[in-house]
Design a protein around this ligand. Structure first.
Ligand code: NAD
Ligand code: MG
Length: 302
């Protein structure tokens, strides 16, 4: 217990630095952790594993950075082997995540590949299953957005839509279809939705549309896979300090990022990991499917 309190204290200390907002900054997509100021917290110093995913095998798309990295670290400390998928440009981030996974004493598999290509998306899943010896937990976390726009609809370009719909939706279908070759009773799928599914921003019109669709996909697939004992859920993050933000939003919006939430600040990736561990745990979430857990700093998800 005292260890846990200590961990909570340390998280609170890190968060204190985010309350005044972030310095102005911009990156080009997909963005790198090392170029962020301040660096995000992925639970490196705080997550305490209790063996809740012992012996399981997980594939986390977009597991190199941000929310995916926090999930990969927590899953590893809970005893799961973890494969992460990411883009070639993110190799340095992926290697950092792999170091943390391996330090937890489990296996890390690095599987680069662009999920907006169908053949690659399917191969990523097969490679993960081959390298880990199966898949029990699929986390569909990779996502793309673009918000350097003055308006909504009139500023949405077809190339942007193609990229965003392919990564957020087409890949969700391809990766999940392929993973069903490996998933069995007690296994689970966790999709990553967003507060944008409930409270959409004008500049994120196409992205918000995909996140609402991900909720619908989650409910529908949970109904289909219930009889197989495979659970399907989603996590809806609010504003979280990850490379996605400086890589896709105007640099001058960073100082106020997250300040419009009831808690008055952006969240850290580390603050999402608990929701994913819970949903992935066959024992703790055994009767939980077709639902969405909001981790939004207080913005409602109902
Ligand atoms: P992130 O940039 O750390 O992670 C997104 C990842 O998506 C990247 O690391 C990249 O590996 C992956 N990706 C993008 N395009 C890809 C492609 N073509 N092929 C393969 N992988 C690709 O940012 P994050 O904020 O941790 O994002 C993770 C998820 O969380 C996304 O689905 C995002 O929409 C969602 N989300 C984030 C926030 C937030 O405020 N950060 C809020 C709500 C939802
Ligand atoms: Mg990344």
């Amino acid at each position: 217990m005292s260890d846990e309190l200590h961990a909570a204290d340390r998280t609170a200390e890190k968060l204190a630095g985010t309350e005044g907002g972030f310095p102005e900054q911009e990156q080009t997509p997909p963005g790198l952790t090392s170029e962020m100021n301040p660096l995000p917290d992925h639970g490196e110093e705080t997550w305490v594993g209790r063996g809740r995913l012992k012996g399981l095998k997980a594939l986390v798309t977009g597991g190199d950075s941000g929310i995916g990295r926090a999930v990969a670290i927590a899953f590893a400390r809970e005893g799961a082997d973890v494969a992460i998928n990411y883009l070639d440009a993110e190799q340095s981030d992926a290697e950092d995540t792999a170091t943390w996974i391996e330090k937890a004493g489990v296996k890390a598999a690095l599987i680069p590949g662009d999920l907006s290509d169908e053949a690659t998306a399917r191969k990523v899943v097969d490679d993960a299953a081959e390298q880990l010896g199966g898949i029990n937990i699929l986390v569909n976390n990779a996502g793309a957005q673009w918000a350097r726009r003055e308006h909504g609809l009139e500023d949405v370009k077809t190339e942007e839509m193609d990229q965003i719909f392919k990564v957020n939706l087409y890949a969700l279908f391809w990766v999940t279809q392929q993973a069903l070759k490996y998933l069995a009773k007690h296994d689970s799928i966790i999709n990553v939705s967003s507060i944008q599914a409930y409270d959409p921003s004008v500049a994120l019109l196409d992205y918000a549309t995909t996140k609402a669709a991900i909720n619908n996909f989650t409910a529908n697939l949970a109904a289909e896979l219930g009889e197989k004992g495979i659970r399907v859920n989603a996590v809806a993050p609010g504003p979280i300090w990850t490379p996605l933000q400086p890589a896709t939003k105007p640099g001058e919006s960073m100082p106020k990022f997250g300040s419009d939430t009831p808690l008055g600040r952006a969240g850290q990736p580390s603050e999402l990991a608990g929701a994913f561990v819970y949903l992935a745990s066959p024992a703790e979430a055994s009767y939980v499917t077709g639902t969405v857990i909001g981790v939004t700093g207080g913005k409602p998800v109902f």
